[in-house]
Design a binder for this molecule. Sequence first.
Ligand SMILES: Cc1cc2nc3c(=O)[nH]c(=O)nc-3n(C[C@H](O)[C@H](O)[C@H](O)COP(=O)(O)OP(=O)(O)OC[C@H]3O[C@@H](n4cnc5c(N)ncnc54)[C@H](O)[C@@H]3O)c2cc1C
Length: 231
Amino acid sequence: MPKTNLEVMLISIPDNLLDVIYTACRTCYSPDGAVDIYENITDDNEKKLNLIKRVISSGHYSTIEHIQITFAINNISRAATHQLVRHRHMSFSQKSQRYVKEKGEFDFIVPSAIEAKKDLYEKFLLHMDEVAKLYQEFVENGIKSEDARAILPNATASSMVVSLNLRELIHLANLRLCTRAQLEIRLVVKKMCALVEEKEPWLKEHLVPKCERLGYCDEDKSCGRMKTKNG
Ligand SMILES: Cc1cc2nc3c(=O)[nH]c(=O)nc-3n(C[C@H](O)[C@H](O)[C@H](O)COP(=O)(O)OP(=O)(O)OC[C@H]3O[C@@H](n4cnc5c(N)ncnc54)[C@H](O)[C@@H]3O)c2cc1C
């Protein structure tokens, strides 16, 4: 049975990311026009970062909304994509279960907790096998894939192109890197952040679970990383 592994690729991020954010920041506080500010930018990245960090820490987040980032994601479960699409400032294009017929042996994601228990893992594989056969039977008997998909599991593998701006990426990281988030989406977001940090290492301190941003855990019960507000 085809069981698959997550793939995340960063397919677009501006090369002049610092220049764009710097121009946005300076435009707010300078008598010069935005065009002049952009045209006169130097290679002094330290100067740009000093201003950008000050502006971000003061909560002036519109300046980082100008940075659009796009990822291609393969082999993510429908359970995880359902959680991702709850984020309303992201754009998505996802493999359709109406237009694309799952093959007899459809791809699926196995949660590591199930894979770790041999007897349950075997039952899981057996169930996927039965679902695949039934799906195939429905399709062969004229049921459209938009209806046959009703029996496909949350584990069914999907594929999507995801775009979001830098402000939303930070928000996504704050929520989904928290240990309260489900493991698969945590891994997806971790990979997205790691790819961005490779290009822009200064973002590491922002692409963190929310407790690191707040300085305390705002959940009812802490995982131990940070104390809750009331200790
Ligand atoms: C650990 C965890 C458990 C969860 N459990 C559940 C669950 O059991 N059931 C469930 O249904 N969901 C659950 N969710 C999803 C959660 O409720 C949010 O829908 C999801 O995390 C998107 O977050 P968001 O609304 O902050 O982000 P986005 O949609 O990405 O929006 C970013 C920010 O924009 C602002 N914003 C966006 N839209 C509006 C609006 N219409 N009005 C005002 N401000 C807006 C808000 O400040 C928001 O924080 C869970 C999420 C997490 C991380």
